[in-house]
Design a protein around this ligand. Structure first.
Ligand code: AHG
Ligand code: MN
Ligand code: MN
Length: 294
């Protein structure tokens, strides 16, 4: 773990390929790459911070692939708001005798994940993951340096208490999203509305809160940036791992245009998808609005 001096030195931005990357993003990426490329279990790594497939160290090739968002919530680093790390693991398709894994090993559907999870660096540090048999949450005890099982078999409440969406984009939303957001603000005591708004801007943290308290997170496609017709979030290391987690917790994740996140076959490493995820009843309701059933 970085010391205080390192952390102070890690604030601020650097410029990589014309994009602002926080120094902490780069630090997290390099740390994870270094540790995981010699763990012996992986054959290839995809990272949000790398254009191409990252090979593992020679002689350490294993049976699995790893897709990571090394540091999620970059805009919150310098303002001391919680951030996280997201991971997704698939079994390789190519033969182990091939050594290094391939792009095809990484471009697999979310439904084929063997494990997925996140670490949240908040008021405590937690590791939450699934291997396809429920969701388990562990809390770090810093005095011992170990994670303890604090949240066994996590289930997302079927009904949402919170809705999470960047309302600053509301002028660019499709009509169905606008109508749904109006609906959650309508007063209907018997139905538990209005929902409360909560938006952190770190997907890990918004998801974690909604997982525990019940909620819905939306990052829909919008008309703000024509270069990003599919919204902002990345399929391999943001949408798919959370879709696996939420399914295992009893919730649901969709794109809003008729697709289940877990069934999308990735075409490229950094593919983006619209994401609507959270409490099952609420995701069903958004779907009804978007498909014109309400
Ligand atoms: P990252 O920091 O890994 O680039 O991801 C940021 C993502 C996600 O964490 C968050 O939900 C979303 O960006 C927030 O985007 P807006 O600032 O556009 O709302
Ligand atoms: Mn992210
Ligand atoms: Mn990131």
């Amino acid at each position: 773990m970085a010391g205080l001096a390192d952390i102070i030195g890690l604030s601020g931005k650097i410029n990589v390929q014309g994009e602002n990357v926080q120094k902490m993003d780069e630090f997290a990426n390099n740390t994870i790459k270094k540790r995981m490329s010699r763990c012996g279990y992986l054959c290839a790594i995809a990272s949000e911070e790398e254009d191409d497939v990252v090979p593992v160290a020679e002689g350490y090739e294993g049976k699995y692939t790893l897709a990571i968002d090394p540091l999620d919530g970059s805009s919150n680093i310098d303002v001391n708001v919680s951030i996280g790390t997201i991971f997704s693991i698939h079994r390789r398709r190519s033969s182990l005798t091939m050594g290094q894994g391939t792009l095809e090993d990484l471009l697999q559907k979310g439904s084929e994940q063997v494990a997925a999870g996140y670490i949240i660096y908040g008021s405590s540090t937690m590791l939450v993951f699934t291997t396809g048999d429920g969701v388990q949450g562990f809390t770090l005890d810093p005095s011992v340096g170990e994670f303890y099982l604090s949240h066994p078999d996590m289930k997302i409440p079927e009904r949402a208490k919170y809705f999470s969406i960047n309302e600053g984009n509301s002028r660019f939303w499709d009509e169905g999203i606008s109508r749904y957001v109006d609906y959650v603000k309508d007063v209907d005591e018997a139905d538990g509305r209005p929902l409360s708004a909560r938006y952190i801007g770190t997907l890990v943290s918004d998801f974690h809160r909604n997982l525990i308290a019940g909620g819905i997170f939306l990052y829909p496609k919008d008309k703000k940036n024509p270069q990003l017709p599919n919204g902002k979030l990345r399929l391999l290391y943001e949408a798919a791992p959370f879709a696996f987690l939420v399914q295992q917790a009893g919730g649901r994740a969709i794109t809003g245009d008729g697709r289940n996140i877990l069934n999308i076959v990735p075409e490229s490493l950094h593919q983006r998808v619209p994401l609507i995820i959270g409490s099952k009843r609420e995701v069903d309701m958004v779907e009804n609005f978007l498909l014109g059933r309400v």
